[in-house]
Write a protein that binds this ligand. Sequence first.
Ligand code: 5GP
Ligand code: ZN
Length: 114
Amino acid sequence: MSDPDCLFCKIVDGEIPGDVVHSTDHSVAFRDVNPQAPTHVLVVPRGHHRDAAALAAADPAGVADLVDAAAHVAAAEGLEGYRLVFNTGEAAGQTVFHTHLHVLGGRPLSWPPG
Ligand code: 5GP
Ligand code: ZN
């Protein structure tokens, strides 16, 4: 379930340090190294899947776990509202191909996103 060449697998496995803010048997949440908002956390499944759709196909409950973990992070950060984003595919800006849910908050978030 772990890909030796995957950055986020290495953070999950503790091979590369991450600023972990929440952890469960199924997921790990850590701060984005290049934050786009005062709170910018990535919630990732412990298992390697290339994107959200692949996780949904292989482990539907794993998607629910990410959303639940994101809610815990938002509450811990004291966010009134927050945005959840799965960039899926290069054309949508995905750069790391291990499923990750962006949790963004702590500033006004405009719509539509860029
Ligand atoms: P994507 O563009 O794939 O949706 O999101 C990947 C995110 O991972 C980006 O927001 C980027 O800043 C973040 N990122 C890339 N490398 C690292 C890293 O080594 N550590 C952490 N914490 N975040 C990273
Ligand atoms: Zn991975």
